[in-house]
Design a protein around this ligand. Structure first.
Ligand code: ADP
Length: 479
């Protein structure tokens, strides 16, 4: 049994509050024991990160850039092993695990470049004897709390811009998937980041979260996870007016008009729904399909799904892995049972693989298509986070927009149409931060990722993604 450690101030550290096990969701096998850091240890890590901030923030942009570039190169040298780690602890097919590593690495690469382009401004003054100078400075020590669905990329997407800006960080990964995070720390150490600049603590989420919230030296929290926990952190951050960035839940509408390209829309639906077994905040969650194309769309999906292979992500031909845990499995089952009990029709259900490949565990939920979905069903309003396609028919654009915007969430939406005017009209009218217009996979390092409404605050990616780690300072100069 592997016993892994936390990484605090450049030291590999045991947890003073004990340890916990990490399981493979495809088999139930225990993969490793991971430390439970005590509140005292977390407070110590914050102090160390603050000491490190004093010099890291004063390093040249070029030095910070070079460190990130070395980290990027090391990630690429270890793509296979990192991808395998993700698959083992998270369950996604190996090709997706490797895809996530490449995607995660692209943020490190991008911000190694962007580190050199953080600039201020000189603004013309109203008096001849004055000058107005604006500087951008790093906010300080950052706490990064990350989820289990993209255990690698959600970390790099946060720490790369933070480090580029001159902040130091403490990472708290999800308890289901801390092993990928620990592997990142091994590479951080190899890349030569000075001690205290990047730290990692694992353990009880609420107790670590409370230390972050209470500690005055934490100047910013960046969080990806559930809307519920995000709101708690938002409230908790108020006492010390901490900066906070939130990437929360989604309930993405996938919209197909009669004039959309059928083949492309099916490919887009599969990509946006089944990546990570539907466990992404930008996963399509409700499918609005115009009446004239509904039958063909469902038929096309069924044909594709028949060749989908579900199973252990390490098996080479697996397309779809398990859900992360029992709770996730129960939620998806509940959404489907609820819809069927209220009159939805079961259009398709895949064969469930042997539930217990090695005699234990395995949270496999089969790909499922439902039609006749209505507003009284849970699946219509809530984020399902599983491999289910609920289809809602519509007639007219106006009716569609009312339904699509009728949500507290506003992260991603997908639109398939060949009509240019409609494409722009609908994209502008949708109250969502990300629109996949004839595109089922919009995420990329150089673009702003984030949501409207209760889906979050701030953006990650691109030049937008470094701003939340910077303060603006105005210096008024009298000559
Ligand atoms: P999910 O429901 O998808 O697991 P969570 O929001 O619970 O999403 O988890 C996202 C991250 O937030 C994880 O790292 C988790 O450990 C952490 N977390 C959960 N509860 C709290 C809390 N009260 N304070 C701080 N972090 C938390």
């Amino acid at each position: 049994m592997k016993h892994l450690k936390n990484y605090i101030n450049g030291n590999w550290t045991e947890g003073d509050a004990g340890s916990f096990s990490v399981n493979n969701p495809a088999t139930g096998e225990v993969l490793a024991m991971v430390p439970k850091a005590s509140p005292e240890q977390v407070r110590g890590a914050v102090d160390d990160a603050e000491t490190a901030f004093r010099f890291w923030s004063k390093e040249t942009a070029e030095t910070r850039s070079n460190h990130l570039r070395r980290l990027y190169d090391l990630i690429l040298e270890n793509v296979e092993e990192l991808g395998r780690t993700i698959t083992l602890e998270q369950g996604k097919p190996l090709k997706e695990g490797i895809g996530e590593v490449r995607y995660g690495a692209s943020f490190v690469q991008w911000y190694s470049e962007e580190a050199k382009r953080v600039t201020g401004e000189m603004i013309p003054a109203s008096h001849k004897n004055k000058r107005i100078m604006v500087l951008k400075q790093p906010v300080g020590v950052v706490a990064a709390i990350t989820p289990w669905n993209f255990p690698f990329a959600m970390i790099t997407r946060k720490i790369a811009p933070a480090l580029a800006a001159g902040c130091t960080v403490i990472i708290k990964p999800a308890s289901q998937t801390p092993i990928s995070a620990i592997k990142i720390m091994e590479l951080v150490e190899k890349a030569g980041f000075p001690k205290g600049v990047v730290n990692l603590v694992t353990g009880d989420a609420a107790s670590i979260g409370n230390v972050f919230l209470d500690h005055k030296k934490i100047k910013k929290i960046t969080f990806t996870g559930s809307t519920e926990v995000g709101k708690e952190l938002y409230r908790g951050a108020a006492d010390t007016v901490k900066r906070i960035s939130l990437e929360l839940g989604g309930h993405a509408p996938f919209i197909l008009f009669d004039d959309g390209k059928l083949f492309d829309s099916i490919q887009g639906a599969l990509a946006s729904k089944f990546r990570n077994c539907g466990q992404a905040c930008i996963s399509s969650n409700r499918f609005y399909v115009q009446q004239g194309i509904q039958a063909e769309f469902i038929e096309g999906l069924k044909i594709q799904l028949k060749s989908f292979r579900q199973g252990n992500g390490l098996t080479s031909d697996t397309d779809l892995g398990p859900l992360i845990d029992q709770r996730a499995y129960e939620k998806v089952s509940d959404h489907v049972t609820d819809a069927l009990s209220k009159g939805a029709a079961l259009e398709y259900r895949g064969d469930i693989p042997a539930k217990k490949p090695n005699g234990e565990g395995g949270y496999f939920y089969p790909p499922t298509i439902l039609s006749g979905i209505g507003p009284d069903m849970k699946i219509y309003r809530e984020e399902t986070f599983g491999p289910v396609i609920p289809i809602i028919p519509f007639r007219e654009e106006e009716e569609l927009l009312t339904m699509a915007n009728d949500s507290d969430y506003g992260l991603a939406a997908y639109v398939y149409t060949q009509d240019l005017s409609r494409a722009l009209r609908v994209s502008e009218a949708l109250e969502y931060g990300i629109i996949g217009l004839n595109d089922g996979a919009p995420s990329t390092a150089q673009a702003p990722f984030g949501g409207f409404k209760e889906s979050g605050i701030d953006r990650e990616g691109g030049h937008y993604g470094i701003e939340p780690f910077l303060e603006t300072k105005y210096i008024s100069i009298g000559l």
